[in-house]
Design a protein around this ligand. Structure first.
Ligand code: NAP
Length: 326
């Protein structure tokens, strides 16, 4: 008796070939906005195809714990939340493809969307490509990425047990992530260019009360120092111009986010900071193309708002596709 058998697991390429090129609705981006749009669109029987892209879970996935997402009084991890929304979307029939969009053509319908692997068309598109961490642009930053420079404490904090780290920024992210890093590091310096904070008072107060965290204010990082890995930073006080060096093993940069809109330049209207311009129904200037989440939100950038705009975009796309757009 021949007991041999082979498991027929399709390769990612084969899986994609089972999916038709012509789609009704394509959602670009697999963070809370894209996955929530997928939940709503799938429930509306639009059979959305989600092109998840390079960073499943989006910025949310880089957050250790969210304490302000409604419904989770104990808090929830960003990655866990994104996975739950994804599971919910797939449960309703959304299809996910882990492939990155490299070009779009919104000049006529159906819209064309090219990925690394193939080309799709869609009658409607929801853009939910999110935002990426802004860089300092100082000498040493690019050179030491992965060797002491990081934009994700959740991903890399563990490597700094009993070490000294510098966090740059004065917003919610800098405060939250310093708190997280203080679980591992023996010392966390927050270097901020002003003496006023963009961060919520509650988060600043919590950082001030943490004995491992020390603030260095009115100061910028001019250079990240080291040979093979980070050994410190060169600092400059903005008020006096005084320059000094601070020894550190790691630098975590939290100076805000830039929208992921490079793909859409020249295709849809962007504002002066390159965020996609949307109206209250998440419509862009191209009928049939909607946007949700951080890619169109220079102001709030909260996961609950990203999810909310994802839902709104899906409802608006459904109205559009059924000819009921208001
Ligand atoms: P942010 O609020 O834009 O703050 C960026 C910080 O970096 C500011 O303090 C800014 O200084 C500083 N900065 C900007 N460019 C700089 C440069 N070139 N050199 C030195 N410093 C620079 O960014 P974020 O903290 O990443 O937050 C992004 C969004 O996510 C916000 O809407 C925030 O509320 C949200 N968020 C919320 C939570 C939460 O609710 N728990 C957690 C994380 C993030 P200035 O103040 O001088 O401009």
């Amino acid at each position: 008796m021949d007991l041999s058998f082979s498991l027929e697991i399709p390769s990612p390429m084969e899986q994609q070939e089972e999916i038709a090129s012509e789609q009704e609705l394509i959602i670009i981006g697999g963070g809370p906005a894209g996955f929530t749009a997928a939940v709503y669109a799938a429930r509306a029987d639009l059979k959305p195809l989600v092109l998840v892209g390079p960073a499943p879970g989006g910025q949310a996935a880089t957050t250790e714990k969210m304490e302000n997402f409604p419904g989770f009084p104990e808090g929830i991890g960003g990655q866990a939340l994104a996975s739950l929304i994804q599971e919910q979307a797939e449960g309703f029939g959304a299809r996910l493809v882990y492939d990155e969009v490299i070009a779009v053509d919104f000049s006529q319908r159906p819209f064309k969307i090219k990925t690394y692997e193939r080309e799709y068309t869609a009658q409607a598109v929801i853009i939910a490509t999110g935002a990426k961490p802004r860089r300092l642009g100082v000498p040493g930053e690019a050179k030491f990425i992965g060797r002491g420079v990081s934009f994700c404490a959740t991903c890399d904090g563990f490597f700094y047990r009993d070490k000294t780290v510098v966090v740059v920024g004065g917003g919610d992210s800098a405060m939250d992530e310093s708190q997280f890093l203080s679980k591992f590091a023996k010392k966390v310096y927050i270097v901020h260019r002003r003496d006023k904070f963009r961060a919520t008072k509650h988060l600043v107060d919590r950082a001030l009360a943490n004995p491992k965290i020390e603030f260095i204010l009115n100061t910028v990082v001019e250079e990240i120092l080291g040979e093979d890995k980070v050994t410190g930073v060169r600092l400059r006080r903005v008020d006096t111009g005084e320059v000094s060096e601070l020894a550190a093993d790691g630098v975590f940069v939290y100076i805000g986010l830039d929208p992921n809109t490079k793909l859409f330049e020249g295709q849809i209207a962007l504002d002066d900071q390159k965020y996609i311009i949307t109206d209250k129904r998440q419509r862009t200037n191209i009928p049939g193309v909607f946007a949700a989440g951080d890619v169109q939100d220079p102001d709030f950038r909260q996961v609950v708002i990203a999810a909310g705009t994802g839902a709104a975009a899906a409802i608006a796309a459904e109205h559009y596709l059924s000819g009921q757009a208001r």
